[in-house]
Design a protein around this ligand. Sequence first.
Ligand code: SAM
Length: 291
Amino acid sequence: MRKILSKEGGPGQTIEILKKYGFVFQKRFGQNFLIDPHVLDKIMGAAHIQPDDLVLEIGPGIGTLTQHLACAARKVIAVEIDRSLIPILEDTLGDFDNTEIIHSDILKVDLETLIQEQNQGKPVKVVANLPYYITTPILMDLLEKRIPVTSLTVMVQKEVAKRMCVGPGSKEYGALSLAVQYYARPSIAAHVPSNCFLPRPKVGSTVVQLDVYDVLPVRPADERLMFQIIRASFNQRRKTLVNGLKNAPGLSLEKDEIHDALDRCGFSADIRGEDLSLGQFAELSDMFTKK
Ligand code: SAM
């Protein structure tokens, strides 16, 4: 019979396996292992894994979530940076013939080639209890490179989850909200208290579901320019958009042409970046492209 981790809840089985291998937590790798079966069920519920899915897991830890994924998917590829976790994973995943462990930094894996080889280029599902120190680089790397992914079901820091999901008018709204929402539809799947992890993180956690768009709903003529404008608008958050853009390095826009573009979009002269939706940023960026 398969040994399923955290079935009973509580840290018991996790502590037992960590002791067996003399494992020492590495703070620098953002290691907070899930020990709550209800949270695992919520992640699985949000991820909607189908029997023919290939799942990419980032940071499997001791394999608790990996086991759940392996029970539902055709195959799970789990990428783990910490060498000392590899023998543990070989043990906990030993009874599953549909898991593959890659010992690497996820940011160094050629995911495009991996997905081509393992799934004939068809999109995969990403599921992860992410290491919080690199949440944004991991997610933006996957989204910006347009790695074939249908959805990402990820545990992130609660504040980061909020920033990903909010729209204009909220104080959390910013460049991350717009970057994520350009590629995917985000929704909150569950808030997770810190006692569901070992060790307990000092911050709150949230499971976010990102459903990646097949066709982008907003199509600026120059995507790079739109994101330069977005970053410039939020770099100096309390300034008006005109001042934010005028001072932005790399944009070299004159005050008059910014006023003119705002006017042609029908935006007021004292509007701030935090007031504009993604579609409005695209509209504004197109005004400069047309020129
Ligand atoms: N999935 C496990 C769980 O839920 O119990 C562990 C999650 S823990 C929050 C994050 C995991 O990501 C750790 O196992 C850590 O070693 C791993 N990790 C950290 N940085 C990584 C990186 N750059 N590439 C791959 N794995 C990484």
